[in-house]
Design a protein around this ligand. Structure first.
Ligand SMILES: Nc1ncnc2c1ncn2[C@@H]1O[C@H](COP(=O)(O)OP(=O)(O)OP(=O)(O)O)[C@@H](O)[C@H]1O
Ligand SMILES: [Mg+2]
Length: 456
């Protein structure tokens, strides 16, 4: 009997040991992750999460951090051994090990050419040397955005602990170039050139945009839903090498009294550190709605006041900071905010040519075969009043018709390589019939508002 129980108890012991080992590993990982975040190494922390397969299941307790653990360990060590523990030691320079001369090496008579690395200063480089410039010219460094060049630690150095947490929050809202380019946005040429003039050129040629010509502080893009306003903003992020802060209501509005103002303050400080920066506010009417409207909460008033003050202070900050706001209800924006959004550009529904280009973009793809050939002009003329997003939906619906026919006869899970969806005009026309434009009736109000308040 004993022979049976012993291995069981040993197994249990082994399992307990294993569990302890796993728990210790988990604690260590959590501590390291928290430490990285605390010090502002957010990139590294993110990578660490994926490499160490950390799930959000555990977090470090409030009163614990690596620094404190280290201090505690030092006191314990001092008490026990009466000396400070050693954690790191200076790495000694590795010298090549000198071997005693052997007879063979002593006998060699022909002179040995000195190794290339022993060239004397000033001596001509051997012809085999090639010097490669890491950056092609002076300008190249400007094409690397500040977020890639500047470590966040430099910014955090002067921050109080509570502000450091806000920095982390805002750091998550910085978006890297998204791969959307000007060419992806069809039509809207006047909006594009205005954005070039307001954001891209002042960053490229700051010496031109001084004095009265100082860059615009803010631009508002307004228009019916689905006309490509957000897409345009993403293209600006991709085309300029500005740091792009995508600010949403959820980031800024904090349940703790006073925190919201602090977040806005940190946001502008950070934008200045990483300048040139774009602070992008999508659906700006939710952040800066008219303060005279009834039922306005005091906290919301304070938020707006802080936002307005910070925008006013942009000129005094170091570097270029630019506000890019989007709205499909500009009449709800506070007038004081509107004054600061100096350029107010109307983004209309796509015209005939743009609709044609959009159909071409979505249906002239490699995996779609149009049979018989479809005239995109014909489709454009049938979709007046449709937004870019509506046209995308039409194309999706038309392709779905085809897939719907295919689905019942499909078997197995395997994907279909080189699959081509066959589309005919009838499918597309049915899709147009089925998809009603949502933004058509809003155009009039936007045009009226643009005539009254616009500036483009
Ligand atoms: N001019 C355009 N060129 C290319 N694609 C477009 C264009 N307009 C709209 N689209 C398509 O419609 C989708 C929705 O566009 P987007 O989100 O930019 O609209 P929006 O104007 O910001 O809408 P909302 O006001 O509702 O936020 C885009 O992902 C894109 O596929
Ligand atoms: Mg949008």
């Amino acid at each position: 009997m004993a022979g049976v129980t012993r291995p069981m108890s040993q197994m249990r012991k082994f399992e307990t040991k294993e569990a302890l080992f796993r728990a210790r590993k988990r604690i260590l990982k959590c501590l390291v992750h928290a430490y990285l975040k605390q010090e502002g190494y957010f990139h590294t922390a993110d990578t660490f999460v994926s490499e160490a397969a950390l799930t959000g299941e555990y977090e470090v307790c409030d009163n614990i951090d690596l620094d404190i653990i280290l201090q505690d360990y030092c006191s314990y060590y001092l008490m026990r051994f009466n000396k400070q523990p050693q954690f790191c030691r200076k790495v000694e320079e590795q010298r090549p090990v000198k071997r005693p001369q052997t007879r063979k090496t002593r006998e060699r008579t022909e002179p040995i050419a000195p190794p290339e690395c022993e060239c004397k200063e000033g001596a001509d480089l051997p012809s085999t040397f090639t010097v490669t410039k890491l950056l092609q010219d002076e300008q190249a460094i400007e094409t690397i955005s500040a977020i890639e060049r500047k470590p966040i630690a430099g910014f955090l150095a002067h921050m109080t602990n509570d502000k450091k947490q806000l920095v982390e929050l805002l750091y998550q809202d910085i978006i890297r170039p998204t791969g959307v380019s000007w060419d992806d946005v069809k039509g809207l040429s006047s909006a594009k050139s205005l954005l070039m003039e307001s954001v891209v050129y002042p960053v490229r040629y700051p010496e031109v945009f001084t004095g009265l010509l100082e860059p615009w502080r803010g631009v508002l893009l307004h228009g019916p839903p689905g006309t490509g306003k957000t897409m345009l903003a993403r293209a600006v992020a991709g085309e300029s090498c500005c740091t792009f802060f995508n600010v949403s209501c959820s980031t800024i509005i904090n349940k703790w009294r006073g925190e919201t103002e602090k977040i806005i303050n940190v946001l502008f400080e950070m934008a200045s550190y990483y300048a040139p920066s774009i602070i992008f506010m999508d659906e700006v009417e939710t952040l800066a709605s008219d303060r005279s409207s009834p039922g306005e909460h005091e906290a919301s008033r304070r938020l707006k006041a802080q936002l307005l003050t910070e925008i006013d202070g942009i000129g005094g900050r170091e570097g270029i900071i630019f506000i890019l706001a989007n709205s499909n209800m500009p009449w709800e924006i506070d007038p004081a905010m509107l004054r600061r959004l100096e350029k107010r550009i109307y983004i209309p529904l796509p015209d005939f040519k743009t609709r044609e280009e959009l159909f071409q973009k979505y249906l002239n793809a490699k995996n779609v075969e149009l049979f018989p050939k479809v005239d995109f002009k014909d489709l454009a003329s049938k979709t007046e009043g449709y937004s870019g997003s509506d046209i995308k939906l039409v194309c999706k619906e038309a392709l779905m018709t085809n897939v719907r026919k295919m689905l019942p006869s499909m078997s197995g899970k395997g994907h279909l390589p080189n699959r081509k969806d066959r589309l005919n005009l009838a499918d597309i026309l049915t899709a147009i019939e089925k998809t009603k434009p949502v933004s058509k009736n809003l155009t009039k109000r936007h045009v009226e508002w643009q005539n009254e308040m616009g500036c483009s």
